[in-house]
Design a protein around this ligand. Structure first.
Ligand SMILES: [Zn+2]
Length: 327
């Protein structure tokens, strides 16, 4: 599930409701030009978005029809029009709900079909008196095609104070040594925060990294601004679009350059928790969790090929990946 697309669908649901409200006003205050314009604009926006999502044709057509009859004052303020309005409203909402379901079932890495991957570790523990939670706080889907996990639901309002593990000095040194086995020296692009431990350690190790934030890396349209022998992504799991950031990062690589990134390893985290029993939802959520099989599919989608990877982490598992540009 690409969270961006899901948010767009939520906006569309709200737009449907406000359009209906606007038309109800229009019926009460007949011939109000401004209300008419608003209703038409709202409907046309919805039509365009529905087309973008390849929604059911009859819903798109009906949305267009509503816009046309209102724009040209072809309707009378009668019960028949009202009935048609509400029929449109419910069919549009139903279609949006279908689109949301298919969005959740669509793997953001390979567009394959995902199924819910439930686990008791995602349920919130009963805390305050009288408060119990029946639904999981977080739901991951397992993609049946590529094998990766992706986030389908994250209860809002719980993200404050989430623990995000910091990389230790020793770990930074070790992963820089891993990189050094492939490229001992050269230009480095660091995608992440300059104040991070990893950036500091990279400098200490003798690199002169050019820093770029994760947001910048995802937004950059023109990558003709340089190629690097090493591209290091510090916290890719914080982006909502891992595929986009990796694709952009690949474009910054020289032909023999290497890309380093790591991502959460859900299988290992669950195994660790079975032994230790901590709740998983307290940690930071990532949009995509990597698996042995899944990283190849991810690399393939982003113009990369995997050179090596390793499982790390004792509490929450991670997979560290070294990749090159695909030939
Ligand atoms: Zn997939």
């Amino acid at each position: 599930m690409a969270t961006g697309r899901m948010n767009q669908l939520v906006v569309m649901v709200n737009l449907c409701s406000s359009v209906v409200e606007g038309i109800e006003h229009l019926m009460a205050y007949e011939k109000n030009e401004r209300l008419k314009e608003d209703a038409v604009t709202g409907l046309l926006t919805l039509e365009e978005n529905l087309r973008g999502f390849k929604a059911d044709k009859s819903v798109i057509h009906e949305t267009r029809w509503m816009a046309e009859v209102i724009r040209n004052w072809l309707f009378v303020f009668d019960q028949e029009f009202k009935n048609r309005l509400y029929r449109w409203y419910f069919s549009a909402l139903k279609e949006l709900r279908n689109l949301m379901t298919s969005e959740i079932e669509r793997c953001p890495v390979c567009a394959g079909k995902g199924v819910p991957h439930y686990g008791a570790v995602f349920y919130m523990e009963g805390g305050e008196a009288g408060q119990y939670v029946l639904e999981p706080v977080r739901v991951f889907m397992k993609c049946m095609d590529c094998g990766n996990y992706y986030l389908a639901k994250e209860e809002r309002g719980l993200s404050n104070g989430k623990k995000s593990s910091c990389r230790t000095k020793a770990r930074c040194e070790r992963l820089l040594a891993d990189i050094g086995k492939f490229v001992a020296e050269g230009t480095m692009l660091f995608i992440g925060e300059e104040k991070s431990q990893l950036y500091k350690e990279a400098r200490k190790a003798g690199y002169d990294p050019k820093a770029m934030s994760l947001e910048e890396a995802g937004n950059q349209k023109d990558c003709g601004k340089g190629r690097y022998g090493i591209v290091l992504i510090d916290r890719i799991s914080r982006t909502q679009d891992m595929k986009l950031v990796l694709t952009r990062a690949a474009e910054y690589l020289t032909d023999d350059g290497i890309l380093w990134f790591d991502g959460p390893d859900l299988d290992k985290s669950i195994k660790n928790l079975e032994k230790k029993g901590a709740s998983m939802w307290k940690g930071e959520a990532a949009e995509v969790c990597l698996t042995d099989r899944g990283i190849d599919a991810l690399a393939e989608q982003c113009g990369l090929s995997i050179r090596s990877y390793r499982h790390v982490g004792t509490a929450s598992g991670r997979i560290e990946v070294i990749a090159r540009k695909k030939e």
